[in-house]
Design a protein around this ligand. Structure first.
Ligand code: F6R
Length: 246
């Protein structure tokens, strides 16, 4: 265990560039890694930069396996709100990741059994190699909503009011946001060999500070990153407290 390495960059564009370099380096070191990628707004520049690096022959994702981080429940398979669709548009298609290199979360059947099988599948692959994560304004990682314990497995969850409101901007109104989801659990995420946490914008500053400098508590799931191995926290200036800027 080592303290997270906090890297502060100028703005969201720099965040994308620095994040893509980080991912490309890690994948070069472990080309067959299982990689977890978030949806949402924060990683979009990083994904665009990765596609550029790929086109320049400086990033080869052809051997990675992408494991889905989270997904809504209770919506149709081709519903526009599917987080898998978001991942396809922003990450899988631009990077030309083959379908057989993607492991999807279960969304039907006996979810307790299927989520346990998902965790076994991750373990069978040697665990998560590289986890790229965003942070919710409430401190969630994936959809590990507060309170989430460090040992929480992959499971079905109810979305908090904070997450419903935050995600309403993508889907129209809070009423359009599904209320339940499946998420990779805290346990497999915290056991990842390398973790990159991304945060951008002033709206994330309070929660990033609590997660990195506050007590390690279930009410701030991201605070458990303080005790995980090999964590890089990549923030832009707006998302990091003034006094701590380098
Ligand atoms: C999305 C996910 C979430 C987001 C977080 C930040 O798959 O897992 O934890 O990473 O809510 O979202 P943005 O980047 O939209 O602020």
């Amino acid at each position: 265990m080592g303290r997270p390495n906090v890297v502060v960059v100028e703005d969201p564009r720099e965040l994308g560039r620095a994040g893509a370099e980080w991912v490309a380096r890690r994948v070069a070191g472990t080309p067959e890694a299982s990689v977890v990628v978030p949806t949402g707004e924060t990683p979009l520049n990083l994904y665009r930069e990765l596609a550029t690096l790929r086109d320049q022959g400086r990033f080869d994702p052809s051997m990675i396996t992408v494991c889905q981080l989270d997904e809504y429940l209770g919506i149709g398979l081709d519903d526009r709100r599917r987080l898998f669709g978001w991942m396809q548009r922003t990450f899988l298609e631009p990077l030309r990741i083959a379908d057989e290199r993607v492991v999807r979360l279960p969304v039907s059947g006996d979810l307790d059994v299927a989520c346990a099988a998902y965790d076994r599948e991750l373990e069978g692959r040697g665990g998560v190699g590289i986890a790229i994560l965003g942070i919710g304004a409430n401190g969630h990682l994936g959809f590990n909503e507060p309170p989430s314990d460090r040992s929480a497995p992959t499971r079905r969850v109810q979305l908090s009011r904070s997450s419903v409101e935050a995600n309403a901007r993508y889907w129209g109104s809070p009423d359009d946001v599904p209320r339940s989801a499946v998420t990779i659990g805290m346990a497999p995420l915290l056991a990842a060999r390398s973790i990159l946490l991304l945060a951008s914008g002033a709206g994330k500053q309070t929660i990033v500070t609590r997660a990195m400098q506050g007590p390690i508590v279930p009410d701030v799931p991201a605070s458990y990153l303080q005790e995980a191995d090999d964590v890089t926290v990549l923030v832009d200036r707006a998302a990091w407290p003034e006094g701590d800027r380098t």
